[in-house]
Design a binder for this molecule. Structure first.
Ligand SMILES: Cc1cc2nc3c(=O)[nH]c(=O)nc-3n(C[C@H](O)[C@H](O)[C@H](O)COP(=O)(O)OP(=O)(O)OC[C@H]3O[C@@H](n4cnc5c(N)ncnc54)[C@H](O)[C@@H]3O)c2cc1C
Length: 402
């Protein structure tokens, strides 16, 4: 046993039957399902287990923004590779995905300088600077008050976080050699006993040649030493949903100045330091809640607004109303003229680590732990899955029965 607890007394006889597959994925969030999808497309048999009755983790609580353009280095490579896969699986499984791009709103010369500097580093056309009138038009605003320009990030995508994971899970479940088992909690993993790795669960044992643990921020429940070594924490974010503002049809994700402090491609340009200092002087309340003020519009017209960041090993479940109000008020300025009546609030949690944005660790033969330890799992999930599954064998599909 590598870690975890086996509670034999609670395991009934009917659940003791061991199930085999080429690949077992623990966790049916976007990271787990992306691994499952890539393994299926190599012709492998795949099982996915999730402790819940449907996915309710980070993958359904976010903006659905595949923030490709603003990544840098390894994350940029993963995001770009993942882009085609997002579009491929949207076609396959029928979830909503659009090549929407993103708009960044600039309200000061420093913000515009950051956008200009990044645009100059990228291929022509990938980042296009916008006039105040163009930004206002994107936002459905009649005026340009407070806007001095902005930028269009061509390559970003959007999906609907509330429906994507369910549709992808349903697609996985209906593949001939795959299945998704809900309400099935992994409790421990063993390897080296047989040729395969064995995962003990609340519904008996599952065996596979390759197991991927994609349990998001709960990696510390199953692998506490690994999580400790990687300094994994939980990052909690306040989020809000508003009613659909009349007449607003917003395809791109919308980012603002505080977003530029959170994505590496922006923070690497020379004016990023000045932007930080400017926000600290002009909008300390945004830095105090570690804000990334941004929003997206769902296909039903409602808006997802966020977000703040709070770090702890275990998060308090309580939402600070003043934080939510700050986010709501700030976005109210960006979308002035629109009615932003709030209809829902929630807390999202994702894994975070000061050691790096990704945790990928082979903890035993055929057992890999995968957690995106920064807030970009929607952006890099498919690229990461593609990389992690690249060494799996390809199998010919089984002949159809006569
Ligand atoms: C508010 C918010 C906004 C965000 N915005 C964006 C964004 O716009 N763009 C972006 O790229 N990223 C964004 N992120 C980050 C992104 O949502 C996450 O990085 C990503 O969803 C993580 O996916 P996951 O599959 O690892 O985790 P999850 O979606 O949390 O899935 C993990 C799954 O594992 C299951 N599980 C856990 N333990 C067990 C167990 N023992 N046995 C069985 N199952 C288990 C859980 O039930 C869960 O379904 C945001 C996150 C939040 C919270």
């Amino acid at each position: 046993m590598i870690n975890g607890v086996i509670n034999e007394s609670s395991t009934t006889q009917s659940t003791l039957e061991t199930r085999h597959s080429d690949v077992l994925v623990v966790g049916a969030g976007i990271v787990g399902l992306a691994h499952a999808a890539r393994a299926i497309d190599r012709g492998l048999s795949v099982r996915v287990i999730d402790r819940d009755h449907q996915a309710v983790g980070a993958s359904v609580r976010n903006f659905g923004h595949c923030c490709i353009t603003a990544q840098s280095g390894e994350l940029y490579d993963l995001a770009r590779h993942g882009r085609e896969l997002w579009l491929h699986y949207a076609r396959e499984s029928g979830f909503w995905a659009v090549e929407s791009g993103a708009v960044v709103v600039a309200t000061t010369a420093t913000e515009l300088a950051v956008l200009t500097e990044l645009a100059q580093l990228r291929e022509p056309g990938q980042i296009r600077l916008l006039t105040p009138a163009q930004v206002a038009a994107e936002l459905g605003r009649q005026d340009t008050v407070g806007i001095i320009g902005g930028a269009w990030l061509r390559d970003d995508l959007r999906v609907d976080p509330r429906t994507t994971v369910a549709k992808l899970a349903a697609w996985v479940d209906t593949r001939p050699r795959a299945a998704v088992h809900w309400n099935t909690s992994a409790t421990a993993v063993e390897s080296g006993i047989t040729r395969r790795a064995r995962v003990n669960t609340s519904r008996g044992a599952f065996e596979a040649d390759q197991v991927y643990f994609c349990v998001g921020h709960d990696v510390d429940y199953l692998f506490p030493e690994l999580a400790e070594a990687h300094q994994v924490q939980r990052c909690a974010l306040n989020m809000l949903r508003t009613q659909a503002p009349k007449g607003l049809d917003l395809a791109p994700a919308v980012l603002t100045a505080s977003s530029m402090l959170r994505y590496q491609a922006f923070t690497e340009v020379p004016s990023a330091r000045a932007l930080h200092d400017e926000l600290a002087a002009e909008h300390p309340h945004l830095l105090a809640i570690d804000a990334n003020v941004m929003f997206t519009q769902r296909p039903d017209g409602t808006l997802l607004l966020g977000d703040s960041h709070r770090y702890a090993a275990t998060q308090d479940p309580f939402l600070d109303e003043s934080t939510s109000r700050t986010l709501h008020r700030t976005i109210g300025t960006v979308l002035s003229g629109h009615d932003l009546t709030v209809i829902e609030r929630w807390q999202g949690i994702y894994a975070s680590s000061p050691r790096g944005p990704l945790l990928v660790a082979d903890v035993a033969e055929g057992v890999t732990v995968v957690s995106v330890t920064s807030g970009v799992g929607m952006t890099v999930g498919f690229g990461l899955a593609e990389r992690n599954t690249a060494t799996l064998p390809h199998r010919q599909p089984e002949p159809a029965p006569c």
